[in-house]
Design a protein around this ligand. Structure first.
Ligand code: RIB
Length: 293
């Protein structure tokens, strides 16, 4: 069986909910606080594993309690952890999240995630076989993302780059990656122009996610919008990660692009119904009433 490899970040999320966000120089009282496993890479790995695929995580954690929690959580979710290695003298990644007005604001401190270097990922990439799927985000160094996309393109691996959080990407990387999955804000920053122009410039590659409105792409002839699902929102954190993990699963199942996006939209819609990035991520059993698996 081919596998999905996620090369990316792992963090502990420190989450505060409050009735509003503090302004500059302001102190306010929050309503609630919890810590929970997160990081875009780990979230995407857990999302894909919950949907029943064989998923490997490649990344780095600190030799600290957060690192142990991150590692244990991946194992509990049946993610293969051979590629998760501790780094000494650097703490595990953290994300500092404010939940307010049905949305989140996040500051990520990458720490050990900055040690996911090209040298570190090389041996894991070389162990993959043609057709395997590699999923990437941008909470690890940009030279690693570039190295992985180039390696995938030269070795017949399928690459998906979720360009979050946004940072500038070389045009050659956009050309070489198989799928690029920004949200609307990231897409605006990346292409600095009309969404339709960007979509038609990268048919069957650029997929722009639109929250509960679904996702759009261009099929070479026309723009295709694949509708999302509306749910009662508890916490939107991790919805994009669930979309990406589920999208990788759908490619593994060899769904065509439109069906793959419908599957990813459905999984993402479940994710907002639970607290924490991974709290609402569904299993195949959870979605079986709405998806013929
Ligand atoms: O996409 C959500 C994730 O972004 C959170 O889990 C947090 O860790 C940040 O990386």
């Amino acid at each position: 069986m081919k596998k999905i490899t996620v090369i990316g970040s792992m963090s502990i999320d420190l989450v505060v909910s409050a009735s509003k966000r503090p302004g500059k120089g302001e102190t306010i009282l929050g309503d609630d606080f919890f810590t929970t496993p997160g990081g875009k890479g780990a979230n995407q790995a857990v999302a894909a594993a919950r949907l029943g695929e064989k998923v490997q995580m490649v990344g780095r954690i600190g030799e600290d309690d957060f690192g142990k929690e991150i590692y244990g959580n991946l194992k509990n979710n049946h993610v293969i952890v051979d590629g998760v290695e501790p780094v000494t003298h650097v703490p595990s990644g953290t994300a500092h999240i404010t939940l307010s007005e049905q949305d989140n604001s996040i500051i990520v401190v990458p720490s050990a995630n900055n040690e996911v270097t090209p040298d570190f990922v090389k041996k894991h990439l070389e162990a993959l076989t043609e057709g395997d799927i590699v999923l990437l985000q941008q909470e690890i160094p940009s030279e690693t993302v570039e190295y992985v996309v180039e390696f995938c393109s030269e070795n017949g691996l399928v690459s998906i780059l979720n360009p979050a959080p946004y940072r500038e990407i070389n045009k050659s990387i956009i050309e070489k990656v198989d799928y690029l999955t920004p949200n609307e804000t990231e897409s605006d920053e990346m292409f600095k122009g009309d969404l339709d122009d960007a979509l038609s410039a990268y048919p069957m590659k650029l997929i722009v996610t639109l929250g509960d409105k679904g996702a759009v792409y261009h099929n070479g002839k026309e723009k295709v919008q694949v509708d999302g699902f509306k749910r009662d929102v508890k916490d939107t954190t991790g919805a994009g990660d669930t979309f990406n993990g589920a999208f990788a699963v759908a490619l593994q199942k060899e769904y065509n692009l439109e069906k793959a996006l419908a599957f990813a939209n459905l999984a993402a819609s479940y994710s907002v119904t639970g607290m924490g990035a991974q709290g609402g991520m569904p299993t195949l059993e959870d979605i079986k009433g709405e998806w013929n698996v």
